[in-house]
Design a protein around this ligand. Structure first.
Ligand code: F3S
Length: 427
């Protein structure tokens, strides 16, 4: 590893034990990856704290949240006091919504721990965005900006749609990057690793958000961690469609980067998307492939009785909230069905002012923030079968929470919330 003077200074402890631990970890990480140097980063999105279930027990040990950060963000069994972060840093989702924790079935002691987490984050300078979509609420990195982000759906969005550069970091590397402002120059930070590998010939209409989710889910399954280039897109996608596309591709596979020639920033042409090379493979996406994606998403469902509708994975944008309100206004959901809709807290504040929160509440639903059902592991009590408009949530609710989940359009999900029955045609 070639280290700069400031990196050497942190490594030899001149900036205190926490930054020293962070640099020690980053050097080990970089050497394991085969990176020869670091790159500066001033944009980190991570998860710290202990409100997610597997960490809660750890936070009550001596050292409290400094101990949690030392162990789980710096890979250090020695507890060090955590100083202010160096890089601009945002918290991703947490384990609960601090306004709706009781509805979510969260115990008071876990809520108290969550508040301690938030105070810890504020003390060390971590911005409490509490969302998997920081790019919806002000953290929109530039093309070429080196970032260190966790959260696969956000990573693929900023690499593919924005042309920013990040790998999918873990808790440790992102924590160390926050303290040092450094990340290994490796993977998607290196320009030649960002070219397309697989040409996807899109042979059917992909227009609405559900179709973008299905396309992403199919592609992810096939290309896994490689880089698809979409040819044949005839309808301009908006932010919400690309958000769903990337989240789906990152859950059925491990897609972290994509190109859509003439639309995304590093692909002014098909040739530029592939860096002048031939694709490693060519795929077609037509009716049969769409059917496979649908069948895979809805594979484990036997009952059409729906007792939970989850919307907002990735967290809903404002235009999605507006659309859902148009579908809900003046209607009432079924007495046996819960409707929870997730959005970043900053957008929930706008939704409150716009009257969206009230429309959702008047219909019997709840607008929530800061968490989600699959990752925060928060569900209405006694849920047996769920429905969602998110391929990612439909992928993870059965596998993480053991809840069979239907995938369909937003309208099909709202209809299911109102009738308590799934009758989605897109499935
Ligand atoms: Fe976000 Fe949870 Fe979906 S973290 S992307 S809402 S699974």
């Amino acid at each position: 590893m070639k280290l700069t003077d400031d990196e050497k200074a942190m490594l030899d402890g001149s900036e205190g034990p926490a930054r020293q631990k962070a640099m020690e970890f980053l050097v080990r990480y970089a050497e394991a990856l085969g990176a020869e140097r670091f790159v500066d980063t001033d944009n980190v999105c991570l998860t710290v704290g202990a409100s997610t279930p597997f960490l809660r027990d750890f936070a009550v040990k001596p050292g409290g949240l400094d101990a949690v950060f030392s162990e789980f963000n710096l890979d250090s069994s020695e507890v060090v006091e955590i100083p202010r972060v160096k890089a601009f840093t945002c918290q991703l989702i947490t384990g609960l919504d601090s306004d709706h924790w009781e509805t979510q079935g969260v115990a008071p002691e876990v809520y108290a721990l969550h508040r301690e987490n938030e105070a810890f984050c504020a003390r060390v300078g971590i911005n409490l965005m509490n969302t998997c979509t920081p790019y919806l609420v002000g953290n929109v990195p530039m093309k070429g900006e080196h970032c260190a982000w966790m959260e696969s759906s956000a990573v693929v969005y900023i690499n593919g749609a924005l042309g920013a550069c990040t790998n999918t970091e873990g808790r440790e590397s992102a924590g160390a990057a926050a303290l040092t402002g450094k990340i290994p120059f490796w993977g998607y930070h290196v320009p030649e690793n960002r070219f397309g590998t697989h040409l996807v010939k899109v042979e059917r209409e992909v227009d609405d958000i559900t179709e973008w989710g299905l396309l992403g889910y199919y592609i992810g399954e096939i290309v896994q961690e490689r880089i698809p280039v979409l040819d044949g897109i005839r309808h301009l996608p908006n932010l919400a469609k690309l958000k769903h596309f990337g989240a789906a591709a990152a859950s059925s596979g491990g897609v972290e980067m994509y190109h859509i020639p003439t639309l995304t920033p590093e692909a002014r042409s098909l040739e530029e998307a592939f860096g002048g090379k031939e694709p490693q493979a060519v795929l077609n996406y037509g009716q049969a492939e769409r059917r496979i994606a649908c069948d895979n998403l809805n594979a484990r469902n036997s009952s059409n009785n729906i007792d939970y509708v989850m919307l907002g994975c990735p967290h809903y944008s404002l235009d999605q909230l507006w659309q859902v309100c148009k579908l809900l206004e003046g209607r009432r959901i079924n007495a046996n069905t819960a409707l929870w809709i997730f959005t970043p807290r900053a957008l929930a504040a706008v939704a409150d002012r716009n009257g969206y929160t009230k429309i959702i509440a008047d219909a019997g639903g709840t607008l929530m923030s800061d968490t989600c059902s699959a990752i925060g592991q928060v569900l209405p009590r006694g849920v047996k079968v769920a429905a969602t408009d998110s391929a990612k949530q439909a992928h993870y609710l059965p596998s993480i929470m053991g809840v069979p989940t239907w995938f369909g359009t937003m309208k099909e999900c709202i209809d299911a919330a109102i009738t308590g029955r799934w009758s989605g045609a897109s499935a």
